[in-house]
Design a protein. Structure first.
Length: 337
C-alpha cells in the first residue's frame, strides 16, 4: 500500500517551488542585463574601431586633396595600424618626390635661362664694343665669340636630341639597329677618349670578356650613351683618378639580377661621387647635383636625361650607384638581340 498526495496546481507556478521561482526570476534578470551590457560593449567597440579605421582614411583623403591643390609639403602622421602606416608612408614619400621634382622644375627653368643668358650677354657686349670701336674684331676676340655661339648651338642640339628621344622617335628608327661587335665598339670609344683623359692625368681602362660580344643595336645611340657616361666620368673625376669601362656578357649588376638576354656595360669612376639625396634625380632634365658649378666644370644637366631616353629606346635599362667622395658606377643593361 502506498500514499497518494493530491495537491492543487497553480496555473502560473505549476510544480515550481518558491525558491525555484525566485532563482528563475534572478536568472532572467541577469541574462537581460548581460545581453544589454554585451550589446552596449559591442556598440562601443564597433564605434571605436570604425573611428580608428576611418580617421586615417579621412586624413588621407584631406591630404590628397591638399596635395592636388598644390600643397606639396603636406605629410601624414604615423598610425598604429600596420596597413595604414604603410599607406601613409607611401603617401609621404610620393609627396616628398613630387616636392623635389617641383623644386627641380623651378630650378631648371632658372638654370636654363642662365645657360642662355650668359653667352648672349657676352655676344651682345662684344658686338657693341666692336660697333663702338672700343674693341678690335681681331682673331682672338672673334674666337671668344665663336666659342659662345658653339656653346649655344650645343645646348640647342642637346635639347633637340632630348625631345626627339622623349617623343620616342628613336624607338621607331629600329632600322638603324645592326649587328655590332660590342667589344670592338668599346675599344674604339675608349681609344677616342684616351688622349682627353691623359690630358687631365686620368687613367682610362677597358676590361673585356675573353669572348667577343655581338648585339643588335643602333651604333649612333650606343655611341652617345657611352660618350656621355665617359664625358661625365672625365668631368667629375679629379686628376690622378681612374675610370674603368667593363663589359660582361651576363647582366648582373648591383641587384645581382641575371638576365640571359641582356649584357652589361659598367662605367666606374673614383671621382667626386653623388649625394644620396640627389641620386634619384640625376636622370631628370637640367638636374645638376651642385647647382653652383659653372659651365667649365659641368654641363646644362641634359646628358643623363638623354642617356636614359636612349637606353630605353634601345630596350635597355640604366642604374647608378654612388658614394660622395668615393666615386660613381653606371650599370648599363642592353639587349643582346
Ligand atoms: P651635366 O651636363 O651637368 O653633367 P648630366 O645630365 O650629364 O648633366 O648629369 C647630371 C648631374 O649628375 C651632373 O650635374 C652631376 O652632378 C651628376 N653626375 C653625373 N655623372 C656623374 C659622375 N660620374 N660623377 C659625379 N657626378 C655625376
Amino acid at each position: 500500500m502506498g500514499e497518494l498526495f493530491v495537491t492543487h496546481l497553480d496555473r502560473e507556478r505549476g510544480l515550481w517551488k518558491e525558491q525555484d521561482l525566485l532563482f528563475r526570476e534572478a536568472m532572467g534578470a541577469s541574462l537581460q542585463w548581460t545581453t544589454l551590457l554585451a550589446a552596449l560593449l559591442a556598440l562601443m567597440l564597433s564605434v571605436y574601431f570604425a573611428r580608428l579605421l576611418s580617421r586615417p582614411l579621412v586624413d588621407m583623403a584631406k591630404a590628397v586633396k591638399e596635395v592636388e591643390l598644390g600643397n606639396l609639403a603636406r605629410r601624414l602622421p604615423s598610425y598604429s595600424i600596420k596597413e595604414m602606416e604603410e599607406l601613409s608612408g607611401s603617401f609621404n614619400s610620393l609627396a616628398a618626390h613630387l616636392q623635389k621634382l617641383e623644386s627641380l622644375r623651378k630650378r631648371s627653368t632658372a638654370d636654363f635661362s642662365h645657360e642662355l643668358r650668359t653667352p648672349l650677354t657676352t655676344l651682345r657686349s662684344y658686338l657693341e664694343a666692336f660697333t663702338d670701336g672700343v674693341l678690335l674684331a681681331d682673331k682672338e676676340n672673334l674666337k671668344i665669340l665663336h666659342e659662345e655661339v658653339m656653346h649655344l648651338s650645343r645646348l640647342v642640339s642637346d635639347l633637340e636630341e632630348l625631345s626627339q628621344a622623349e617623343c620616342n622617335l628613336l624607338k621607331d628608327q629600329r632600322s638603324d639597329c645592326r649587328q655590332l661587335n660590342i667589344s670592338r665598339f668599346l675599344k674604339e670609344k675608349v681609344a677616342f677618349f684616351q688622349p682627353q683623359f691623359q690630358g687631365k692625368d686620368l687613367q682610362l681602362e677597358l676590361v673585356l670578356p675573353h669572348q667577343e660580344l655581338n648585339a643588335r643595336l643602333d651604333p649612333l645611340a650606343l655611341g652617345k650613351i657611352i660618350g656621355n657616361l665617359l664625358y661625365n666620368a672625365y668631368k667629375y673625376t679629379p686628376p690622378q683618378g681612374k675610370v674603368t669601362v667593363s663589359l660582361d656578357g651576363d647582366a648582373h649588376g648591383p641587384q645581382e639580377r641575371v638576365d640571359q638576354d641582356m649584357f652589361l656595360i659598367e662605367v666606374r669612376d673614383n671621382g667626386i661621387g653623388i649625394n644620396g639625396e640627389d641620386l634619384p634625380y640625376i636622370f631628370e632634365r637640367f638636374f645638376r647635383a651642385d647647382p653652383s658649378r659653372d659651365r667649365s666644370s659641368g654641363g646644362a644637366g641634359i646628358g643623363l636625361a638623354l642617356v636614359k631616353e636612349l637606353v630605353h629606346a634601345c630596350g635597355g635599362d640604366i642604374q647608378v650607384q654612388s658614394e660622395l667622395g668615393k666615386g660613381t658606377t653606371f650599370y648599363l643593361y642592353l639587349p643582346k638581340t
